[in-house]
Design a binder for this molecule. Sequence first.
Ligand code: MN
Length: 299
Amino acid sequence: MNRIGIHYAYWQRDWNTDFIESVRHAASLGFEAVDFATADIMALPRPKQAELRDTAKGLGIALSFLPATGPEVDIASPDRSIRENGVEYFKRCVQFTADMGSDIFAGIIYSAWQARVEGILNDKSDALERSRESLRKILPTAEDCGVWYCLEVVNRYEQYLLNTAEEGIAYVDSLNSPRLKLLLDTFHMNIEEDDIPGAIRRVGGRLAHFHVGEPNRRLPGQGKDGRMPWKGIFTALRDVGYTGIITMEPFVRMGGQVGKAICVWRDLQEGPDEALDADARISIGFLRSQLAAAQAATL
Ligand code: MN
């Protein structure tokens, strides 16, 4: 059965927090994996990082690391020094991921989050080639460290290079690295894909991490009108033999650094803060029941 995870920022208004407590809290609710941003954890003293790693290990929590990439580390930038900066940064992140006992480094690690396009973009092949050229320098580190380098395909308002599974597949296949994989996210897919289960099937064995949420980033299972094709999604995950982590990435709280970065301009949180935990537990149950139903359907 796949591990069920959560992005730590579900509970956060600011990115920095007591990360060890985040892991303990997630474990107490029944999660088996946590997605973290990298920057604040990489800035911790080494003993604190070791304590986080050991706490997660002791609780059976798998960690994944996703940088909130900014324009200063854009490996697709036309500016060579920015690209080189990004290459060195992502290499350090990959090494750090391995040092933390994790094998998942994921996100918009082929360019930058919310990278702006200068001028008019009629053709993105040059930007893609700059990104690939940078990645060729990073991937040997991922291969040496035994880390999956998972490119997250995201919606058009957050990035311009990889918006569909098809684009992600073409990119991954052009580089021929055993450690280069994809991260799909149902929130982004609901904006860009014509057929979400079909996209998962085409990605197949290239899928190494998976984010789940409703079309407005509520917790999976909280959609009221059935717009997210959950049954089809879980059937597709079963059909491609996906055994990786399924991480919910809900963002429902307005305010703070997180609300601003994620563009949560209204409060989707229903009830007091304690309700966040109850809702998360319900959502774990929903995902488990979807997994079980997909398995049962094969019998
Ligand atoms: Mn995501």
